[in-house]
Design a protein around this ligand. Structure first.
Ligand code: GLV
Ligand code: GLV
Length: 321
């Protein structure tokens, strides 16, 4: 009988799917377990279902022991998993691509609108009970129509953001290592990163976090952006040099930013908290009832396929061991 170690309470049908396929060990309650509790939970398990805040490193794999066959991450991102260590031990890794594309694109677009139209700042003003009145120059932001949306990483999520952008009258351009299969449907122009930054009105980041994309957007890149442009990050915090972003926002070198992710989650750089021209959300890109159930169910399908010796639906390519 396969033992599944599940590192958080899962929504939707996932718990019953797993229970039908094997023995489920999970964490009590809805909270985030302590590291020691996680390490105990995975001990002797065949398959671990992990959340993005669980560091799957040598320590975790040692705690699990020789029997561990797979790590099924309940997230599209897998920067929390040491892929090389898994490859060396012959452990399969899976993720949950696709099912969260629309929810995450919705959230990215909500941040684009919020930052372009200063919604956070405007809402804070009303809530503070401050006096205000309509004025020609009061709380003015920037139009979307007629501008350029620059997408860094035109994968599943980036393409959905692009489609929303076209609905709002933005032209789509992108940067990616390879030509995107979504280029034609979005009539998107592929540019190098510097040109994308220099010519876009909105930059939205949809690249996974890897050693190559760590601090992809730093002081030099921010300096290339238009002073009227907005940066939105719903991917991973460390794709942006947060300290450099605070500087750029403080000095008004870009118009604003919208962030759902941070370099050191759940801490948020105190410099960001002081600024009006940034909208801050607590990593809720995929946080809808429907999408979270779909992510948990895809992770469960991946785990059950591996338990049966079948190919999982969403394997993560591993480096050569
Ligand atoms: C969320 O950030 C995910 O990677 O699924
Ligand atoms: C976001 O994390 C993506 O890979 O599109």
């Amino acid at each position: 009988m396969t033992t599944f170690a599940v590192t958080a309470a899962l929504p939707g049908r996932a718990p019953e799917m797993l229970a039908e396929a094997g023995e489920v060990r999970d964490v009590p309650g809805a909270g985030r377990p302590e590291r020691e509790e996680l390490l105990r939970l995975v001990e002797g398990a065949d398959i671990a279902l992990t959340m993005l805040y669980v560091r799957v490193d040598e320590e975790f794999l040692d705690a699990a022991g020789e029997g561990l066959r797979a790590v099924c991450n309940v997230a599209v991102g897998f920067d929390n998993v040491d892929l090389a260590a898994c490859a060396r031990r012959g452990i399969v890794v899976t993720n949950t691509p696709g099912v969260l594309d629309d929810a995450t694109a919705d959230l990215a677009f909500a941040l684009i609108l919020a930052a372009r139209r200063r919604l956070g700042e405007a809402e804070r003003l009303v809530r503070a009970g401050e006096p205000w009145e309509w004025g020609m120059g009061f709380m003015v932001g920037h139009d979307l129509r007629g501008g350029r949306l620059g997408i860094v990483g035109l994968g599943g999520i980036g393409a959905r953001v692009g489609a929303r952008g076209r609905g709002f009258g933005l032209e789509v351009a992108y940067f990616g290592r390879r030509e995107s299969p979504h280029e034609a449907e979005l009539e998107a122009t592929r540019l190098d990163l510097d040109e994308l930054l220099a010519t876009s009105d909105v930059i939205s980041l949809h690249t996974p976090l890897t050693p190559e994309t760590q601090h992809l957007i730093g002081a030099r890149e921010l300096a290339l952006m238009k002073p009227t442009a907005t940066l939105v990050n719903t991917a991973r915090g460390a794709v942006v040099d947060e300290e450099a972003l605070v500087e750029a926002l403080r000095e008004g070198r870009i118009a604003g930013a919208g962030l759902d992710v941070y370099e050191d989650e759940p801490s948020v750089n105190p410099g960001l908290l002081e600024l009006e021209n940034v909208v801050l959300l607590p990593h809720i890109g995929s946080a809808t009832v429907e999408t979270r159930a779909a992510m948990a169910e895809l992770a469960a399908r991946n785990a059950i396929a591996i338990a049966r010796g079948e190919e999982p639906q969403a394997p993560v390519p591993l480096p050569d061991a």
